[in-house]
Design a protein around this ligand. Sequence first.
Ligand code: B1M
Length: 211
Amino acid sequence: MEERIKAIFDCVVNGDNKGIQAEVETALAEGVNPSAILNEGLIAGMGEVGRLFEEGEFFVPEMLIAARAMKSAMAILKPHLGSGEVGAAGKVIIGTVKGDLHDIGKNLVGLMLEGAGFQVVDLGSDVPAEKFVAATQEHAPNVVAMSALLTTTMVNMKSTVAALEEAGLRDKVKIMIGGAPVTDAYASQIGADGYAADASRAVALAKSLTA
Ligand code: B1M
């Protein structure tokens, strides 16, 4: 079993898009826990890619092919990650903020929220504040969820909170944020209602915000 997970980890690091699909399917067929595939294989593999990038061994193309492999694996894993009745828990709009193209963590949070019974409207990545505002007007969600992976883009969470306030929508929604550079203190500082460090904590937070 551990060998399977190690193979999945290696496929992410090597950006092996075909290999990872076969490995994940085999692991699932063998009864390996989907959460272990996700956390110890995919997320840990991506962490290693980040480390190699930081050390100058990997460059942007390597990060891109790793991301592609991770996305293929997540698509296979999706049906195995939850079984809540979609929409029963509430509605969330989610996006990665303006200037930021990192969407894997955001996708994972969206996927886990869906699994927990939330209806999720995914605005994608590089989402300007006005688009969050327009989507809030259109969909009337319970929660607006923002992701950022760059220290240079997390500031756009603050402008989005301000834009929601300006549009008179701030009291109608809960706002949650997350992503590697984001913290609890930052959430308080910008007037968000909560911060979650990872996808399962994001589900717990969304549940408590909508309770
Ligand atoms: Co970039 N990148 N990247 N990158 N990239 C990081 C983030 C970086 C930390 C790498 C490093 O230096 N070690 C660094 C940021 C440094 C900083 O600002 N502090 C960085 C950089 C510098 C860049 C560029 C500037 C590189 C360049 O061009 N020179 C560039 C910026 C482009 C842009 O956005 N404008 C860039 C580009 C890219 C790619 C496009 C090549 C690719 C992204 C592809 C894609 O997403 N479609 C990429 C990747 C893959 C990474 C790393 C390697 C992996 C990110 C990832 O997917 N992790 C990353 C290094 C790392 O994180 N160690 C790195 C896996 C994912 C499951 O985790 O996204 O953290 P994460 O999500 C977690 C939690 O954070 C949390 O839950 C998730 C699941 O547990 N979470 C939430 C996330 N959102 C949440 C929202 C919530 C709650 C929880 O509520 C709403």
